[in-house]
Design a protein around this ligand. Sequence first.
Ligand code: NI
Length: 170
Amino acid sequence: MAVLEIEIMGAKVLREKASPVDVVTDESRALIRDMFDTMYDAEGIGLAAPQVGISQRILVVDVAEEEVEERHVHALVNPVVVEASRETGKETEGCLSIPGLEETVTRPLQVVVEALSPDGEQVRIEADGLLARALQHELDHLDGVLFIDRLSSLKRGILLRKWRKSRGRS
Ligand code: NI
């Protein structure tokens, strides 16, 4: 088990567009295992490779939907949203890279994501609910986008000032 250090907002790697993975290798699979370890250790439901300082298009999610007693565990390489519903919904989001900050974010309610599995197989996931939201949040990380970027600039400004203050920075 290897728990990696999680990059916090301000780190350059969180703002970079991550590179596609050419071939899924044992090294990729080792990274994926470490990402799961890191995510569980931090009690998160999703994690993207840039959050552990690796600018590659890899994400992991483990989303439990208690009402329907379903659990969705996925590790995705080079994920792409191929369809998104026109209908959107608002839910509160947080991010392991912005500890202590939560806000309501509007996103499409359903998405279809295509990716490679850790075995290098093509996979297609039709997601709704919390899984759809978590996948979109983690996919954003691969493009250097944080959930606060999806808020109005006014709201973002207020939240960032508060967040920096809470972290002892001006
Ligand atoms: Ni995040």
